[in-house]
Design a protein around this ligand. Structure first.
Ligand SMILES: [Zn+2]
Ligand SMILES: [Zn+2]
Length: 733
């Protein structure tokens, strides 16, 4: 039961910031005038500041009663429910994150304590003149990008990068309307409309999901289906049932660029748009979503991984679409995997989880195989037949001239598709123009000044870019090492360079390049994707962004420029990742009439087990073999792993601290865990900080979090040294 505290009672308030003097993050205060209750959002004084916190329960009594300060004010927001508090507590324990940092994830909405009121919004009103200044054009584009509800003056100026006088000028010209609007309007009701014609195994899968939601309680289902098998239609039936039950549904998508297409489908199915939560949403809208979700006035949220921390009133269903996608893992700040946290939250609040993918993560495959998850398979393509035909092009037999990467066989296939009026996709998972810039005089490669990484040339930006820290510099005329001029050379292909080759070989063809960094906004990317889907490009050149569920009906050929690219790392998941990516990309090739789509993989190692598995199409055999290898090695999902990254400005101090930790490994040895390192992290320097890595391996049932906490508690990191713990690391950088 939620406790209620009378004025003056001692309450424990969980802060949203970690503080030295309160390791647990919870401090005692006196309840304010009018009292307060568990879960209340409050503002509390802390030294000269005021801080946001949540009443977590009675105070622990350790703080001197005479010095206790009072809660400054109870915010006008629904109290945080016990379910969410329990979820945050468990998530903090699992990821070894201080609870305040976890709580901060759940309070990321500006002004959430402000009273409802009015605000002035700007939106498009009159006809847009053909001739506009650059600044005015940006204002119009910003409003089009953010939908019809309108933006505040501040948001609009920020989005358009202009001054308020530009906006006022447009109002004066009758192009924009300014109007008072209430803050935080509820979202329109969603009601399933019309029937969707499900077919074949879609019907059985939808029935099973609807039954699970109707029954209530926790459960997880792996919904496996190839691209175009109609996974979305199937899980939207589960959403419909969830809404019929009066509960809220959350759909997580791995990429903002996919949101627009998805929202259109939701609107068609439910008659209105759901709430959106991701980095492209304005601050005002974030506040509205947070508030309405907490009041049960938003039935469905579509969003990025952080939407998992919203204050749902009655969460009934969480869908994690493309559940294998690496973007669900947050690798900065709080390290967590949204897929696993979705399962955790659902198990606490009694909701259903649907993990949807054409190429599930090995973790989910194993969980389904062991019966922990229900598994539903969608075989045949919705409306069409099967996966494309897949063939390897053995690059060892190709004699390509320098700076050419497209084999003749692939070029001929592209030519044939063009003649048939169909689209081809050339896939290369490398952004930029060239991965390496080196000096032909001394052989030195241009590296980042702040990181242990090579600079990648982006010709489109006319700069070298560090993909680790984002630092940029101009392409040097003279070698930074030996000073010789005019000998700097680009080595290897990125998508921009591949596009150059395509333009040379197919001078008449209409090209489109899809790479996440070539678009200033999600809106611009969406426009380009729609253009391609309409057929306004004959050859599409893309990075992994094309693998993520976009539908291109005229695309019948996929050419993978370098199928070996992902296999080169030493990463535990290299085989799994390559398999997933190749299957996803190949799945983009649809059929044309009675002819199957075609996927051609350029490879130097056609006998590699992963390449053979991709070509052979026996996915279950691949997962079984991969699972057997992981089991034999005792690595996830059959064992536990944790990565510890130490970083600091002084390399010797970082290593010394790592060595000292390794010497004191008693708490780890007591649970039978092995410790590896300290060793330089694969990327040994990022943003000027030296990085040293330790890796912990333990049996599946070992209490790894408690042991790591005990182990790290023995030593206080000196100076600016930081310790980051990553439970279940996804990548080893
Ligand atoms: Zn040089
Ligand atoms: Zn860098």
């Amino acid at each position: 039961m939620e406790r209620v505290f009378a004025e003056g009672d001692r309450v424990g308030v969980m802060l949203t910031e970690t503080l030295g003097r309160a390791l647990s993050g919870c401090l005692d205060y006196r309840a304010p005038e009018g009292g307060c209750g568990t879960g209340d959002f409050v503002e509390v004084p802390l030294g000269p500041r005021r801080m946001l916190g949540v009443v977590w329960g009675p105070g622990d009594g350790t703080f001197d009663a005479a010095k206790l300060r009072s809660v400054a004010r109870v915010l006008e927001a629904r109290p945080m429910r016990a379910e969410l508090r329990a979820f945050l507590t468990r998530a903090a324990e699992y990821t070894l994150t201080p609870l305040p940092a976890m709580l901060r994830l759940a309070t990321r909405a500006p002004g959430l304590g402000e009273a409802p009121g009015m605000r002035r919004l700007y939106r498009l009103g009159g006809p847009v003149p053909n001739k506009l200044t650059e600044a005015r054009h940006r204002v119009i584009e910003a409003l089009r990008g953010f939908g019809g509800a309108g933006l505040t003056l501040g948001e609009l100026c920020e989005a358009a990068g202009c001054s308020s006088s530009v906006v006022k000028g447009l109002v004066g010209a009758g192009v924009l309307i300014e109007a008072e609007a209430p803050r935080d309007l509820p979202f329109p009701d969603l009601a399933p409309q019309g029937g969707v014609a499900l077919q074949g195994d879609q019907i059985a899968a939808a029935d099973a999901l609807v039954a699970a939601v109707a029954q209530g309680g926790y459960g997880t289902t792996l919904l496996k289906g190839v691209t175009g098998s109609g996974k979305t239609e199937v899980y939207l039936e589960a959403v419909a049932e969830c809404l019929r039950q009066g509960r809220q549904a959350l759909v997580l998508l791995p990429e903002i660029a996919l949101t627009a297409e998805f929202l259109t489908r939701v609107e068609a199915r439910f008659g209105a748009r759901p709430a959106e939560w991701h980095s492209g949403v304005t601050q005002t809208e974030r506040r509205r979503v947070w508030k309405m979700v907490s009041e049960g006035q938003a039935q469905m949220v579509v969003g990025a991984r952080s939407a998992l921390f919203l204050p749902f009133q009655q969460l009934g269903l969480i869908v994690v679409d493309e559940e294998h996608d690496t973007s669900y893992k947050q690798d900065e700040g709080v390290h967590y995997n949204a897929r696993d946290m979705a399962v955790l939250r659902a198990s606490i609040c009694g909701a259903q989880v649907v993990l949807a993918s054409a190429t599930p993560s090995l973790e989910s495959w194993v969980n389904a195989d062991q019966g922990k998850y229900l598994r539903l398979d969608l075989g045949a393509r919705f409306g069409t037949a099967e996966l494309p035909e897949m063939r390897a092009i053995d690059m060892r037999n190709e004699r390509l001239p320098a700076n050419r990467w497209i084999s003749d066989a692939l070029a001929q296939a592209v030519t044939a598709r063009r003649a048939a009026g169909e689209q081809s996709l050339l896939f290369l998972n490398r952004r930029g123009y060239a991965p390496v810039t080196l000096c032909r005089a001394c052989g030195q490669q241009v590296g980042c000044d702040h990181c242990d990484a090579r600079m990648v040339e982006h010709r489109f930006l006319k700069r070298l870019v560090c993909h680790q820290c984002g630092a940029t510099k101009p392409v040097p005329e003279a070698c930074p090492s030996c000073g010789v001029e005019g000998r700097m050379a680009a080595v290897g292909p990125g998508v921009e360079r591949l596009a150059e080759e395509v333009a040379e070989r197919f001078p008449e063809a209409k090209l489109a390049i899809l790479s996440s960094d070539l678009f200033g906004s999600a809106r611009a990317l969406k426009d380009k994707i729609e253009e391609i889907a309409r057929g306004e490009a004959e050859i599409v050149i893309g990075t992994q962004i094309v693998a993520k569920g976009h539908n291109f009906p005229l695309l019948t050929l996929v050419g993978v420029i370098d199928a070996d690219l992902g296999l080169q790392g030493s990463d535990l998941r290299a085989a799994e990742r390559t398999f997933q990516l190749m299957r996803q990309v190949a799945g983009r090739a649809g059929r044309s009439g009675d002819r199957r789509g075609l996927a051609l993989l350029q490879t130097h190692q056609p006998e590699h087990p992963v390449i053979r598995a991709i070509l052979g199409g026996d996915e279950e055999a691949f997962w079984r073999a991969e699972a057997a290898e992981r089991r034999a090695a005792g690595v996830p999902p059959y064992g536990r792993m944790a990565g510890i990254v130490l970083s600091g400005s002084d390399v010797a101090k970082v290593f010394d601290f790592g060595a000292e930790l390794a010497r004191r490994d008693g708490p780890l040895r007591r649970i039978g865990a092995q410790l590896f390192g300290p060793a330089p992290a694969p990327i040994a320097r990022v943003r000027g900080r030296h990085r040293v890595r330790l890796l912990i391996k333990a049996e599946k049932t070992a209490p790894i979090q408690a042991a790591i906490a005990d182990w790290l508690a023995q030593l206080k990191p000196p100076g600016d040294l930081r310790v980051a713990v990553d439970i279940d690391p996804q990548s080893f950088y």
